[in-house]
Design a protein around this ligand. Sequence first.
Ligand SMILES: [Zn+2]
Length: 340
Amino acid sequence: MRALQLFADRDLRITDLPDPAPPGPGEVLIAPKAVALNHIDVWGWRGMAFAQRKLPIVVGVEASAEVVSVGDGVTRFSPGQQVVPYSAMTCGTCRYCTEGRDNLCENVAGIMGFHIDGLARGLVTMPERLLIPVPAGIPHDHACASQVTFGTVVHMLFDNAKLQPGETILVQAGGSGIGSVAIMMAKSLGCTVITTVGSDEKIEPVRALGADHVINYTTTSFSGAVRRATGKKGVDVVFEHVGASTWEGSLACLKPGGRLVTCGSTSGVTANINLMQLFQRQLRIIGSFGCTIRNQVQALDWMARGIRPLIDTTVPLERFSEGLERLESRRVLGKIVVTL
Ligand SMILES: [Zn+2]
């Protein structure tokens, strides 16, 4: 089978690997059809944590696939069915896994495509418990964004920030994969959505997703613009993933009792916090990483109800690196999808 393997820093090659053995008891053999790119793919490709990873490694963290065959005892899937994998190899038995808090698994063997072989290959063997059926009518190039893109946003907005209808939210980097999804979900819930973009060309596409106020942060101070847009009140929730360059401004945008939820730090990992502001204004800062299997099911429900990923570019497997370069450059608007 064909596979895309990372051999060294920025060295991706299409290789020919032996087909996997037929699936064993409780296992399902799947054929990935589309892979969505995320910042975790860029970090992996740039050599983050190479010391703890075996090389070469098959890349591809989130995907949509078709069932090829099933092992003994598998009851939820049959050949030809569309599925999405939950690509963190959790144990399924620890306290967190049994409580449905999969992204806190105590014995996780790694994230597929980052620590262990991923989904950019012809065939993959998965445990049945880590596969989720896709509702009818969601094509592979949309379903492939159900975990790292949609699931992450569901976990941030609803499990962590507990966003309520009618609240006001600031979504940082509204043109990004997760930012664009956060705008659509918050708007669909009946929230007022303020968002930032890094160039004038992104203003209209992001407004078309439903954002009420769009700020070009390269030409306007976003915290000042948020104060003006909210009559100096501030927002209930900030959706953060930019990191160092926006952190202090994001905290300053919160109203007293507001919540900041963050899942990323693309502009840098270290930031300052004014502790007096934190406790006197009773702010809440919530870290969020990945999603649970339940969040991925909810993500597919959102897609079935018509909230779909904004697709920037679709490229074949041979041009995976080009997709990563585009994501790294931040010229991207929405998702980059790789077809297999
Ligand atoms: Zn576990």
